[in-house]
Design a protein around this ligand. Structure first.
Ligand SMILES: Cc1cc2nc3c(=O)[nH]c(=O)nc-3n(C[C@H](O)[C@H](O)[C@H](O)COP(=O)(O)OP(=O)(O)OC[C@H]3O[C@@H](n4cnc5c(N)ncnc54)[C@H](O)[C@@H]3O)c2cc1C
Length: 806
C-alpha cells in the first residue's frame, strides 16, 4: 500500500465513494479510500435506494439533482449495472399547508431544472391504480428520480473513480489519525501508515469515533430504520411497468414496487424508535450488520399503508430489513471542514445518503480542490454546531427529525427538544413577557412577543402574527424598541500587528480613529465571501470583531488559520462573556440620556462609532450601529449585567412607549433598509461585485482575494443582487422563489418579507445581467402565483440614512 497520498478518505460507503469519484473528476487522483470491510458494508448496502428530488432547500435540491443525474448515466459510463429505476415519485399533500409547500417546491424545481407536476387524486390513481387517495388533496409528481441498488451503484461509482486514478483499499481498518507538526496527517491502518495532506471522515455510524482521534466532536444519532418486503403481489405480476415511489405523510412511510413485491419503509414516532450504539459507538467488527425485525413500533403505520395499498395486504411479509442510519439534529448532512483542525473534512451524518452521497461528494470535492463549492454549503457545514450540541441534544433532535421525515414542519413551528441549549440570564424575564424564542447556534433569541397569549398559526401565508410584528416594527420606527441579541460571535484581536493582520484579512480598511466602526468582509482567494465582521477599533492595537451566531466556529478557525507564524497578534474568543441589547428608534437617545451622563449627541457620538460608557451604572460597549436602520445603539454588556441593564432600559423607556421586538420584526426592518444578510445574500457563491457591496472593498491595500476582485470588476458580473418590491397579496417571499422575465427564469430570491413601515412586500434576489437595472419589471413566483416585481433603485426606507445619522 502507498505510504503517502494527498487525500485519505476513511469509509467506503456511498459518501466516501461519492467523494472519491468527484475528487478524481476535479483532478485530484492521488487519493486513497480505506474501508474496514467490503465497500458499502456499513449503512449503504441494505438501503432501500430511493433518491427523491422533491427537496425544498435550494442547495440541497442541487445535491439531490446531481446524484440522480449521475445514477442515471453511471451504467453507460462504466458498463456496470446500477439497478437504476427511473420510476419517479409521488408525494401526497393531505392539507392546504402541504399543498402550499408543493407550490413552493415547484418553484425550486423550475430553477434547478428537475421535472415536477402537482397532480390531482384522479391523476395519482391513473399513475398508480392500486392506491387509495382518501384525504389526499394532491400529489407532487417528480419525474426524474427513482431508486438504485445501492451496492451495485456504489461499486459502479468506485469503478469510475478507480478508472480516473483513485485508489481503494478494502479490509483495512483505520486505527487512528494524528496531525503532524507540519500540518499533514498520519493515518494508521491495519495495513500500515499513510501520510496525507487531507483526511476525510466518511465513517457513517462510526464518524464520531474517527473525529475524536483528532479531538473533534461530531454529534449525531444512530437510529434503527426498517423496511419490509412483501411476498409477490398478484397485481404487479399481471402487469408490466412499475408504480412510482410513494411518499405518504398519513402513514409516515414510503412504499414502492420491488420487482413484483412491495417494499414499505416506516419513519415511526420518536417514543418508539430504537437507537443503536449512540454511546461508545458500534463495535469495530460490525459489518453488513442487520438487526432483528421489530414489528411493534412500525405496526400502526404498516396498517395505514395497507389501507392505502390494499394489494399489499394479502401478499404477506417476506423479509424485514432493519439497519442503522446516522441522523443529525436538523437532518442535513455534515459536509465540509471539521471545526478546529485544518484539512480535516467530514462527509457524513446523512439519513438519506443514497440520494445525497454523489451530490455531497461533488460539492465537497469542489470545496477541497477550489476552496469553495459553487453552491452555498452553510446548511451542510459541520461547523453549524458547537459545544451546545451535546449527545443528549443531538439525540433528542435527531430522533424527532427522523419521525418528521414526511411531516411538513409549518413555518414558525419551534422544536422543543433539547431546549434551551443556551440561554442568557434575561431568558426568564423575556419569557414571562410572552417572548416566543427561536434558536440560533443554540442560543435562545426573541422571535416575536405574544402579548395576548396567542400562538402562531403555521402557514406560508401572512398569519395571525403579521399584525403583531407590524406593531413591533412601528414601535421601532416611531418610538423606541429593545431586543436582546445574545448570539454575536465576539472576538478581540490585539497586539502590535493587529491592524496589519485585519487589513490583510479584510477587503475593507480598519477604522483609523479609536472608536471607529467598519463593516468588513473576509474573502477567499477567488474573492468570494467567507464572513462579515463589524469591527470597532477599541485602541491603537485592539479591535472588537462581531459576526453572526452561526459563523462562530468558522470565524474562529478563519482567524487562527490566517495568522502567520510568530505574528504578534492575539485572538481572544469572548463570545460567552457578552450579550447585546439593541435599543433603536427615534426616542433611543432620549431614553438612554436618562440613564447615562455620556454625551450621546451626534457630534460627540456620531453614527458608526463606539465607546465604553456607563448606562444605569453598568459599563457597556455602546456601538452606534444597528441592523434596523434607526437612530440607536447596540449595548454590548457583560452577561452578568444584562438583566439589570434591560430592567433599567425598560423602566426609562416606558415614558417613550418602549416595546420589545424580535427577529421577525428585525427581518422586516432590515428588508426595508435593503441590508443583505451574511450566509443568505453574502455567500461563498459570490463576490462583492455580484452582491453590490463594492463600497466595502478598498483596493488601496493588499488583502486576500484582492486580485480576484480586480479581475471580477474588469470582467463584470453575470449575476447581480437586487432588491425587489413585490406585488404580493397573501404570501411574501421567503427565499428560493424563482424570478421570471416573461417565461424565462432569470433569477432566484434569497430572502424577503413585508416592510411594515413602508407597507411594501420586499425581496432580495440574484438576477442575470441586464435585469438589475432599477425599474425593470419582473415576476416572482410566490407559492405558485406569479406576482409582479420591480427592481428598486434605493432602499425602500430612509435611503439617505438620515434616521441613522440623526
Ligand atoms: C433500512 C434502511 C433503508 C434506507 N433507505 C434509504 C433510501 O431509500 N434512500 C437513501 O437515500 N438512504 C437510505 N438509507 C440511508 C442510507 O443507507 C445512509 O444514509 C447511507 O448509506 C450512509 O452512507 P455513509 O457512507 O455515510 O455510511 P456507511 O455506508 O455506513 O459507510 C461508512 C463506512 O465507513 C466504514 N468505516 C467506519 N470506520 C472505519 C474505520 N475506522 N476504518 C475503515 N473504515 C471504516 C464502515 O465500514 C462503512 O462501510 C437507508 C438506511 C437504512 C438503514
Amino acid at each position: 500500500m502507498r505510504s503517502h497520498a494527498r487525500v485519505v478518505i476513511v469509509g467506503g460507503g456511498v459518501m466516501g465513494i461519492g467523494l472519491l469519484y468527484s475528487l478524481a473528476e476535479e483532478g485530484w487522483t492521488d487519493t486513497i479510500l480505506v474501508e474496514k470491510g467490503e465497500l458499502t458494508s456499513g449503512s449503504t448496502w441494505h438501503a432501500a435506494g430511493q433518491c427523491p428530488s422533491f427537496i425544498a432547500d435550494y442547495n440541497l435540491a442541487k445535491v439531490h439533482a446531481f446524484s440522480n443525474d449521475l445514477y442515471a448515466r453511471l451504467e453507460s459510463m462504466t458498463g456496470e449495472a446500477t439497478g437504476w429505476h427511473a420510476t419517479g415519485g409521488i408525494r401526497f399533500a393531505t392539507n392546504q399547508l402541504e399543498l402550499d409547500h408543493f407550490r413552493r417546491v415547484e418553484g425550486v424545481a423550475a430553477n434547478i431544472g428537475f421535472r415536477m407536476q402537482i397532480i390531482s387524486p384522479e391523476e395519482i390513481r391513473r399513475i398508480n391504480p392500486f392506491v387509495t387517495t382518501e384525504g389526499v388533496l394532491a400529489g407532487a409528481w417528480t419525474l426524474d428520480d427513482g431508486y438504485v441498488d445501492p451496492s451495485s451503484a456504489c461499486n459502479a461509482m468506485a469503478t469510475a473513480a478507480r478508472r480516473l486514478g483513485g485508489t481503494i483499499v478494502r479490509h483495512d481498518r483505520v486505527l487512528g489519525i494524528e496531525q503532524l507538526p507540519n500540518g499533514e496527517f498520519r493515518v494508521s491502518t491495519e495495513q500500515g501508515d499513510i501520510t496525507c495532506e487531507h483526511v476525510v471522515n466518511a465513517a457513517g455510524c462510526y464518524a464520531d469515533r474517527v473525529s475524536a482521534w483528532l479531538g473533534v466532536t461530531t454529534r449525531f444519532a444512530n437510529i434503527k430504520h426498517q423496511y419490509v418486503v412483501t411476498g409477490p403481489v398478484r397485481e404487479f405480476l399481471e402487469r408490466d411497468g412499475e408504480i412510482p415511489v410513494m411518499r405518504d405523510p398519513y402513514c409516515s412511510a414510503y412504499y414502492r414496487q420491488e420487482q413484483k413485491s412491495g417494499l414499505i419503509g416506516i419513519y415511526e414516532g420518536s417514543d418508539t424508535q430504537e437507537a443503536w450504539a449512540e454511546q461508545g459507538g458500534p463495535a469495530w467488527d460490525s459489518s453488513n450488520e442487520l438487526f432483528e425485525a421489530n414489528y411493534d413500533p412500525i405496526m400502526p403505520y404498516l396498517e395505514r399503508v395497507m389501507e392505502r395499498m390494499p394489494i399489499f395486504a394479502d401478499a404477506g411479509i417476506k423479509k424485514v430489513v432493519n439497519g442503522a442510519i446516522s441522523h443529525t439534529p436538523d437532518s442535513n448532512p455534515l459536509v465540509g471542514p471539521a471545526p478546529g483542525v485544518r484539512n480535516f473534512w467530514l462527509a457524513t451524518g446523512t439519513g438519506i445518503g443514497i440520494a445525497q452521497g454523489p451530490g455531497c461528494g461533488k460539492y465537497l470535492a469542489q470545496w477541497m480542490v477550489h476552496g469553495a463549492a459553487e453552491i452555498n454549503m452553510l446548511g451542510m457545514d459541520p461547523r453549524r454546531y458547537g459545544d451546545f450540541c451535546d449527545q443528549a441534544y443531538a439525540s433528542a433532535r435527531a430522533h424527532r427529525e427522523y419521525w418528521d421525515m414526511y411531516r411538513l414542519i409549518p413555518p414558525g413551528e419551534e422544536r422543543p427538544e433539547g431546549r434551551p441549549a443556551r440561554a442568557t440570564p434575561l431568558y426568564a424575564t423575556l419569557r414571562a413577557k410572552g417572548c416566543v424564542f427561536t434558536e440560533g447556534f443554540g442560543w435562545e433569541r426573541p422571535k416575536w412577543f405574544s402579548l395576548d397569549g396567542r400562538e402562531e398559526d403555521g402557514t406560508f401565508r401572512r398569519n395571525n402574527v403579521f399584525e403583531v410584528v407590524g406593531a413591533e416594527c412601528r414601535a421601532v420606527r416611531e418610538r423606541v424598541g429593545v431586543m436582546e441579541l445574545p448570539s454575536f460571535a465576539t472576538f478581540e484581536v490585539s497586539g502590535p500587528d493587529a491592524e496589519a493582520f485585519l487589513d490583510r484579512l479584510c477587503a475593507n480598511r480598519m477604522p483609523r480613529r479609536e472608536g471607529g466602526i467598519v463593516l468588513a468582509h473576509a474573502l477567499d482567494d477567488r474573492g468570494r465571501f467567507l464572513t462579515e465582521f463589524t469591527i470597532t477599533r477599541l485602541a491603537d492595537d485592539r479591535f472588537l470583531l462581531l459576526s453572526g451566531a452561526v459563523a462562530y466556529r468558522r470565524d474562529l478557525d478563519l482567524l487562527h488559520a490566517s495568522l502567520r507564524p510568530d505574528e504578534p497578534v492575539e485572538i481572544a474568543d469572548v463570545t460567552e462573556a457578552w450579550s447585546t441589547l439593541i435599543v433603536a428608534g427615534p426616542r433611543a437617545r432620549d431614553l438612554l440620556a436618562k440613564l447615562t451622563t455620556a454625551d450621546l449627541g451626534s457630534e460627540a457620538f456620531p453614527w458608526l462609532t463606539g465607546r465604553e460608557i456607563d448606562v444605569a451604572g453598568i459599563r457597556v460597549r455602546a456601538l452606534r450601529v444597528n441592523y434596523v436602520g434607526e437612530l440607536g445603539w447596540e449595548l454590548h454588556v457583560r452577561m452578568a449585567d444584562v438583566v439589570a441593564l434591560y430592567d433599567a432600559v425598560w423602566a426609562a423607556g416606558e415614558a417613550f412607549g418602549i416595546a420589545d421586538f424580535g427577529l421577525y420584526a428585525m427581518n422586516s426592518l432590515r428588508m426595508e433598509k435593503a441590508y443583505p444578510g451574511w450566509g443568505v445574500e453574502l455567500t461563498n457563491e459570490v463576490t462583492p461585485v455580484e452582491a453590490g457591496m463594492e463600497r466595502f472593498v478598498r483596493l488601496d491595500h493588499d488583502f486576500v482575494g484582492r486580485a480576484a476582485i480586480v479581475a471580477a470588476k474588469e470582467r463584470g458580473a453575470t449575476t447581480h443582487l437586487v432588491c425587489l418590491e413585490v406585488g404580493a397579496t397573501d404570501f411574501d417571499a421567503r427565499g428560493g422563489e424563482p424570478v421570471f422575465a416573461g417565461e424565462n427564469a432569470i433569477g432566484v430570491t434569497t430572502s424577503g418579507g413585508f416592510g411594515h413601515a413602508t407597507g411594501t412586500s420586499l425581496a432580495f434576489a440574484y438576477v442575470d445581467s441586464g435585469f438589475e437595472v432599477p425599474g425593470t419589471g419582473l415576476e416572482v413566483e410566490l407559492v405558485g402565483d406569479r406576482r409582479p416585481a420591480t427592481v428598486l433603485a434605493r432602499p425602500a426606507y430612509d435611503p439617505d440614512n438620515l434616521r441613522l445619522r440623526a
